[in-house]
Design a protein around this ligand. Structure first.
Ligand code: FMN
Length: 409
């Protein structure tokens, strides 16, 4: 069998998630499409390349993970109506949202400590967003600063905010995000307290992370991850470094939790609205009755989400609430949705049920772990190919034409 050095897949070139000598990087001569035809294939490959304790962090949900299961099952139950004699397909996937045109109605969702799950993930995903012209939303609790990641995102960078504990910290973070080039703010409101995630508890994951023999062993076994991490500091939410003294008032063990977790209310949201002069999106909404208040308080878009099933065991599947929220906000108000999207078909299902734009969180990390930045780009390739094919089946040229074309079984 012919072997060659596969630069994009295994990591010695620009696309790589980490830098290893090319001699380590032999892979069979097969395109990513043949190796990973679906996101499920990327996930299978990623599983053994990410240490077990971090896999638990990435995959885990709240409680018995009922919300995570329900989210996937509800999406799977949606069928889409076929077109008939629609003529030559002329698919155009580009979609406008909040005054910008993106190449796909798809974005990269904020994932805290992304750079622990895969080395340098924030920078790699920001670059993916810029190269493919899709939004990349950087988490507040990223393992990198906005100053290093913002320039990589070009003009596709969004910044996700968890409520900092004081107005001073909040204002400074907003100023830094803006200066780093992030133009759209996502305010996440579905984390009033930290949730209980049994997979993380079982793995004994702590913040800050403690290096135990078990963690060392699991890290070493995940060889590609370990190589990528060589020489890097232990990942932590570095954005808070300048504020720890202030928030912890001289306590010996500086704790990020104290710089964060002001449980926000509507007055907090209005203050935030006054301080941010770009588009403001509220993430973590599942109730149609909340929409009017959020719009009144200045939300430019609503992001329907249950945080990937990570916060509330009894949370509804976002796809199940989406049509009701669409009804509450009217046909033209921008709605984003996420949760268990693993194919282009799933993207169209969400659009059919009322979304304008769809985000994925875990899937991009499967891509990174399976094949570096090329793997993250491959996720977008899979989604767009599947969307094109499905749109031809549906007899539509633009994703937005899928609106209302859903049935539920
Ligand atoms: C490991 C992990 C960390 C996350 N961290 C954040 C975060 O920091 N901020 C946030 O708003 N959402 C966070 N989310 C939720 C995602 O933005 C998104 O809502 C969710 O992942 C969508 O589900 P999916 O992973 O099935 O695509 C996180 C999700 C995962 C899996």
């Amino acid at each position: 069998m012919a072997f060659r050095t596969q630069r994009s897949a295994a990591g010695c070139a620009e696309n790589s998630a980490f830098s290893i000598p090319c001699s380590f990087a032999y892979a069979p001569r097969m395109s990513l499409d043949h190796r990973f035809p679906t996101i499920a294939d990327l996930r299978r490959a990623a599983r053994w390349r990410i240490p077990r304790y971090l896999w638990g962090y990435l995959e885990g949900g709240a409680g018995n993970e009922g919300a995570a299961r329900r989210t996937a099952e509800a999406l799977d139950r949606i069928t889409l109506s076929l077109g008939m004699l629609a003529g030559e397909p002329k698919a155009d996937l580009s979609t406008e949202l909040l005054g910008r045109r993106y190449d796909l109605p798809v974005g990269i969702a904020p994932v805290g400590m992304s750079g622990a799950v895969w080395p340098d993930a924030e920078a790699l995903l920001a670059r993916t967003g810029a190269v493919k012209n899709v939004p990349y939303a950087m988490s507040t609790v990223a393992a990198a600063t906005p100053e290093t990641v913002g320039p990589k995102a070009g003009d596709t960078g969004w910044f996700q905010l968890y409520a900092p504990s004081t107005p001073e910290i909040r204002q400074d973070i907003l100023k830094r995000a803006k200066a780093a080039g992030f133009h759209t703010l996502v305010f996440t409101i579905d984390v009033p307290v930290l949730s209980r995630r049994p997979r993380e508890l079982r793995q004994n994951l702590e913040n800050p992370m403690k290096i135990t023999p078990r963690i060392l062993l699991q890290s070493a076994i995940a060889f590609p991850w370990a190589l990528g991490m060589l020489g890097r500091p232990i990942p932590r939410p570095v954005i808070f470094d300048p504020y720890l003294d202030q928030a912890n008032q001289g306590k010996e063990h500086k704790h990020v939790g104290l710089a964060l977790r002001a449980t926000p209310d509507r007055a907090y949201l209005r203050a935030l609205r006054d301080e941010w002069d770009g588009p403001l999106i509220i993430k973590g909404v599942l109730e149609p009755r909340h929409a009017a208040d959020l719009i009144e308080d200045g939300a430019d878009a609503i992001w329907v989400s249950n945080h990937g099933g990570r916060q509330f065991e009894a949370a509804a599947a976002p796809i199940a609430r989406l049509p009701l929220i669409r009804e509450a906000v009217g046909p033209d108000y921008p709605l984003i949705c996420d949760g268990a999207v693993r194919s282009g078909t799933d993207v169209l299902r969400m659009i059919a049920m009322g979304a304008d734009f769809v985000f994925l969180g875990r899937a991009f990390h499967y891509g990174l772990a399976a094949a570096g930045r090329a793997g993250a780009e491959h996720v977008l390739h899979i989604l767009s190919e599947e969307m094109r094919i499905d749109m031809a089946q549906m007899g539509i040229d633009r994703p937005a034409e899928a609106r209302g074309r859903a049935h539920s079984v």
